[in-house]
Design a protein around this ligand. Structure first.
Ligand code: CTP
Length: 398
């Protein structure tokens, strides 16, 4: 998402300047080209040289030090940028931006830019909560800027309050959401996609359950990949892996709970990807209290409903994608499931090998379709497998 993105990174004068270095580095690691401009106040906290060395670009500070006569530097930076980030943004700079001041390099360039603006305010709690600052932030937001909410926690003043510069990972997550929302050209814009993930848990008693080795990694990677392509993603998951804030997440444990959540959303969904490893059976009776040790124990199991098959029967306009976890006769079983469950695609993987599939970071899969030739994705990271599956889904939706 940040690959080859041209980011103008504006640093204004608050103690959080030292934290913005990490954000800049992370954006560069993600493939962005970053050019920095600082206010003189920002340079009181961290020397411009630090930003210059790490961004590998000269840092702009003085509107009138026009070293390259062919360019007006602040206009050149404003025109060059695909995206503008102000991090940290002080109350003073926020006020200037809201009211169109252009009294230093940063405010002049930001007045001249036409590309999106992302603002990370960081300041003392009372400065942040002041009606003037709140109104100024509102003005910027009304103009289309993204205003990141500061964190609450220990401030440089020695007390706890709202105004902290968030962790770099949280800022990048918000930036991704902002860019996805802005890009109307993304292929899954306006599409609603339901994805299930993880191994269901079928309770025997309050502390014991039957489950399987699924980690949920594949389903979560699919949710992120579909989200990056602009889809409105709902992830119904039995896994506790972290999820991007832009993805609506519903946590479930049992197959019955998963059925209910899928069923009630299916009609409004454009595609369903069932990556969850749904337990085929559940205990016929769930004990209310922890079961006591016995010499012999027999647990009666009842068959769970096949969620995908049920949705296959209900299917109208939806694209249905299933997974086939197999240890033998992969193609034969996958094609049988494709037909019996009325699917458009089935992703077959060999769960009998320890380097792929269940509970690993990698996967190798073959995708079977109703009419087209199958497609194989050779052993690679689940994030890459997910991206390719989503590309195939996009083709099916066209
Ligand atoms: N599935 C489902 N509901 C179930 C069982 C499976 O929706 N009760 C879905 C899975 O999420 C997967 C597909 O059906 O997308 C195939 O699951 P898999 O476990 O490979 O096959 P089963 O249909 O359970 O058949 P078998 O266990 O005999 O291979």
């Amino acid at each position: 998402m940040f690959k080859d993105k041209k980011i103008a990174f504006y640093v204004t004068g608050g103690i959080a300047v030292y934290k913005s270095i990490q954000l800049m580095r992370d954006l560069i690691k993600l493939g962005a080209e970053v050019k920095v401009a600082m206010t003189p106040a920002a340079a009181e906290f961290v020397a411009p040289l630090t930003f210059q060395v790490l961004s590998k670009n000269a840092v702009h500070m003085d509107t009138f030090s026009e070293e390259l006569p062919q360019y007006v530097q602040h206009i050149h930076l404003a025109d060059w940028a695909d995206l503008n980030i102000v991090a940290p943004a002080t109350a003073n700079t926020v006020a200037k931006l809201a009211h169109g001041f252009a009294d230093n390099f940063v405010t002049s360039a930001l007045l001249a830019t036409t590309s999106p603006l992302f603002v990370v305010p960081a300041m003392n709690e009372h400065m942040y909560e002041h009606p003037a600052t709140q109104e100024n932030l509102q003005i910027l937001q009304n103009r289309g800027a993204y205003i990141m909410e500061p964190e609450t926690g220990f401030l440089a003043e020695g007390y706890s309050g709202k105004g902290r510069f968030p962790e770099s990972a949280a800022i990048i997550e918000a930036l991704e959401s902002f860019l996805i929302d802005l890009d109307e050209q993304l292929p899954l814009k306006g599409k609603s996609i339901l994805i299930t993930a993880g191994g269901t848990k079928e309770r025997i008693d309050p502390v014991r359950y039957i489950s399987n080795d699924s980690s949920g990694k594949m389903g979560h990677a699919l949710a992120e990949a579909a989200c990056r392509q602009g889809a409105e993603v709902t992830l119904i998951t039995a896994s506790s892996l972290p999820v991007h804030k832009k993805i609506r997440t519903i946590s479930i444990d049992s197959a019955a709970a998963l059925y209910k959540e899928v069923d009630q959303r299916f009609d409004q969904t454009d595609a369903l990807i069932m990556a969850a490893a749904v337990s085929d059976y559940a205990p016929a009776h769930q004990a209310d209290h922890k079961m006591k040790k016995q010499d012999q124990l027999t647990i009666e199991l009842k068959k769970n409903r096949d969620i995908l098959k049920a949705m296959g029967k209900k299917k109208a306009h939806q694209i249905l994608i299933g997974f086939a976890a197999e240890t033998e006769h992969i193609e034969q079983y996958a094609l049988k499931k494709l037909k019996e469950k009325n699917l458009d695609m089935i992703v077959a993987n060999d769960v009998g090998q320890s380097d792929r599939g269940f509970n690993t970071d990698q996967n190798e899969v073959t995708i079977y379709f109703r009419a087209e030739e199958p497609a194989t994705i050779l052993l690679t990271d689940k994030t890459k497998v997910a991206e390719k599956i989503v590309q195939l889904l996009i083709q099916q939706m066209e």
